[in-house]
Ligand binder design. Structure first.
Ligand SMILES: C[S@@+](CC[C@H](N)C(=O)[O-])C[C@H]1O[C@@H](n2cnc3c(N)ncnc32)[C@H](O)[C@@H]1O
Length: 210
């Protein structure tokens, strides 16, 4: 189902961007989306958990999670039909445990049916412009008491030209995520790491809803 006409402007921008980029996403992004494997290592390892990945893209993380946790239920949400088509193929071998929804997160258009154990944002929140605060707030609502939010994303850069270039690609790099995450959730993991010799830094955060 197409959501192009009813989606908010941010979602429509993402749909247009990934209509072109979906084809080359997996072949190119592994070079700079650092920390995706690492954030999965910091997740709570309880049995039979339900995890939602908001902005699941091509299913890179969902495929890993399905392999690592055969008893978990996985939900992927994304606004891009092209990215979700790839996610559907990536998770085909475990499709009984993986549900995919083509919806913008944190809008009246989509609500989870019940609260969940873990919500993962992997290189998604810095593209929610506007909407990143609302998405963090919605994740708080969507988690069970004691549930966890996990985030891996760009943090900042000392180079204005790189910040501008990332801006053209709809990514905001203002070190803006961690303060709000640390305000709403009790941190269990919170780190900032350097990438590509200091060209930029990325953050990993796992926090608990209390
Ligand atoms: C950089 S990709 C990250 C994909 C994947 N999480 C990964 O780590 O490879 C960002 C994804 O977020 C999705 N996205 C952006 N805004 C969204 C929104 N409001 N609701 C749901 N998904 C969104 C985009 O369509 C895109 O697939």
């Amino acid at each position: 189902m197409s959501i192009a006409s009813s989606a908010p402007a941010q979602a429509r921008t993402m749909q247009q961007y990934y209509r072109l980029h979906a084809a080359i996403y997996d072949a190119t992004r592994w070079t700079f989306l650092h920390g995706r494997r690492r954030v999965l290592e910091f997740l709570p390892k309880n049995k039979n958990q339900t995890l939602v990945e908001v902005g699941c893209g091509t299913g890179h993380n969902l495929r890993q999670l399905a392999r690592l946790h055969p008893d978990w239920s996985l939900i992927g949400i994304d606004v891009s039909a092209e990215m979700l088509a790839k996610a559907s193929r990536a998770t085909a071998s475990c499709s009984r445990r993986v549900q995919l929804f083509e919806k913008p997160y944190a809008t009246a258009d989509f609500r989870l049916q019940e609260s969940v154990d873990i919500i993962l944002f992997s290189y998604a929140l810095t593209m929610f412009n506007p909407g990143w605060e609302a998405a963090i707030g919605q994740a708080y609502q969507d988690l069970k008491p004691g549930g966890h939010i996990a985030v891996v994303d760009f943090h900042d850069t000392p180079h204005s030209w790189f910040r501008r270039w990332m801006g053209y690609n709809h990514v905001r790099m203002d070190a803006h995520l961690l303060p709000l995450l640390e305000k709403h959730f009790t941190p269990e993991t919170s780190m900032v790491q350097t990438a590509w010799g200091g060209l930029w830094r990325y953050c990993i955060f796992v926090g608990k809803k209390v």
